[in-house]
Design a protein around this ligand. Structure first.
Ligand code: SIN
Length: 509
């Protein structure tokens, strides 16, 4: 998402907050207490449910069915049957449903954002931005549906004609995380539906309500029964449900966004059926600021990249590398920005731009990174403690004198903690940036054109922000290299994850 879009979202968020005060309960029409299988809203077979809690204040937002193997199998069967007719619809018909779905999300943006803030914790500005971003995938793929072309190759023998056609792969198992409960569904589902696949979605246990809300609008948009199914599960059943999706011969592809650890488990479980697997896994993004950088822009970029969604995105800057000549100036300016610009609190409150982390375990993990770094010699410039606002809050933090042996340099922090390491040369920065076995996003600020090309080429990542720190958009291909994943989502290549190529050799011409 561009800065302009983000600013626009922040502006519309202010308007949104005013509207919220007028329509205080508008989100509640989206709070479902059933999951969605074969076109019906259903409870778990054994009646079990689990609670969805607002991480800002522990308020109960709703309860949803705690489903397991039995319901997952029903959802897979429904998607399998529906595939037979959905794959035969025209691209124009599928496009019309996605377009309508996009419009419905757009026109319910404020209510969806409120629900998202309640169950995920992110600020209203971040929620409005996510709903906008999420909806954009349905718009994008409604257009791409019509552009799934095959190819005709010149034959080497005169009596043959050779062609490749592309066909939908089948049922997609879609497993999504809690940090982007809407956009991570639409980025996968938009592509799958556009080309004629059907889907079984398992949203994260922390954020099932946003997934069900999106599904409710899909029903309104005219989705036929069985084409999209949503299974809700607590953490107790999550691994069984994931395993069934990976091992079922009726599921043709798995698309997962989440940790590298879980991605590896799903990949190995999918081996039994030689399934297509797309993985968008963890990152450890370097954010390099060279001496030639425009410091104003670098600080603005750093703030957006590090603190968006309280630092809980896979592409958040994880390691700041700052060149020696501008190091002191950059640290001073970033510290001022953190102190002056960030307002922590309940994401629904006006002016708040950092909400809680998803749960207490996440806060403890972030605190462990800070404790380890300080023990090994890092200095706290801002924050560095759990926040007195509640057990799920952490203070926006800036650590300096960071070294490569600290855990925060090796692993995703996933919280509002910026850590800075000083470097001397471009070669040294590249070496540190690439010294990790993951490679999702990487960012750098430099006004030296030669350096911009060199560094963009050298960073071992799937996505580069060169003088830009917000790079997500529907029209680009999102994904990583090394252990950050397999495949690409969004953009014109996003549909490839859901297509098979079929070669047809026509003889006797
Ligand atoms: C993610 O954190 O996985 C997604 C972030 C994005 O699409 O911007």
């Amino acid at each position: 998402m561009s800065c302009a879009m983000l600013l626009q979202c922040r502006h519309s968020c202010k308007k949104g907050n005013r509207l919220l005060r007028m329509l205080a309960t508008s989100y509640s029409s989206f709070v479902k207490d059933k999951a969605y299988i074969n076109g019906s809203w259903v409870a778990a077979a054994n009646g079990n449910t689990f609670s969805v809690i607002n991480p800002a204040n522990e308020e109960l937002i709703g309860t949803v069915p705690d489903m397991g193997i039995q319901e997952t199998q029903s959802a897979i069967d429904a998607a399998h049957v529906a595939f037979d007719t959905w794959r035969k619809t025209t691209a124009k018909e599928r496009s019309a449903i996605l377009k309508k779905w996009f419009s419905l999300i757009e026109s319910n943006k404020t209510s969806l954002a409120e629900l998202l803030t309640k169950e995920q914790g992110k600020s209203m500005a971040d929620s409005i931005a996510e709903v906008t971003y999420g909806a954009s995938f349905f718009e994008w793929f409604s257009e791409e549906a019509k552009r799934v072309y095959g190819e005709i190759m010149p034959p080497s023998t005169a009596d043959r004609r050779l062609l490749i056609m592309k066909q939908p792969i089948g049922v997609a198992g879609i497993i999504t995380p809690w940090n982007f409960p809407i956009a991570m569904i639409t980025r996968k589902l938009g592509a799958a539906l556009a080309v004629g696949c059907t889907a079984v979605i398992k949203p994260a246990e922390d954020t099932p309500l946003s997934a069900l809300a999106i599904c409710q609008l899909g029903e309104e948009a005219g989705l036929p029964a069985g084409v999209v199914n949503v299974i809700t599960t607590s953490s107790k059943n999550t691994s069984d449900v994931g395993k069934l999706l990976c091992e079922s011969p009726r599921v043709a592809t798995i698309s997962f966004t989440g940790s590298t650890k879980v991605g590896k488990i799903l990949l190995s479980q999918s081996a039994s059926t030689v399934k297509r697997v797309s993985l968008e896994l963890g990152g450890n993004a370097p954010f390099i600021v060279f001496d030639s950088a425009n410091i104003d822009k670098a600080v603005t970029g750093a703030m957006a990249c590090k603190f968006r969604c309280a630092g809980q995105t896979c592409i958040c800057a994880n390691r700041f590398l700052v060149q020696d000549v501008i190091y002191d100036e950059f640290v001073k300016r970033l510290a001022e920005a953190i102190k002056n610009q960030l307002v922590v609190g309940n994401g629904l409150d006006e002016g708040v731009n950092i909400g809680p982390l998803i749960n207490e375990a996440a806060v403890n993990k972030v605190d462990d990174f800070v404790t380890d770094a300080v023990k090994k010699g890092a200095t706290k410039i801002v924050g560095g403690n759990k926040n007195s606002l509640g057990k799920n809050f952490y203070e926006p933090t800036l650590l300096v004198n960071v070294t490569t042996d600290m855990e925060c340099m090796k692993d995703e922090i996933f919280g509002p903690v910026a850590v800075i390491i000083k470097f001397k040369t471009e070669a040294e920065a590249i070496k540190i940036a690439n010294s990790t076995d993951v490679g999702l996003a990487g960012y750098f600020y430099s006004q030296d054109l030669g350096q911009v090309w060199r560094v963009a080429e050298e960073l071992q990542v799937g996505m580069v922000g060169a003088n830009e720190s917000l790079l997500s958009a529907a029209e680009v291909s999102f994904g990583g290299v090394k252990q950050s994943g397999l495949g690409r989502e969004g953009g014109k290549f996003g549909v490839d994850e859901y297509l098979e190529m079929k070669y047809i050799c026509m003889g006797g011409i």
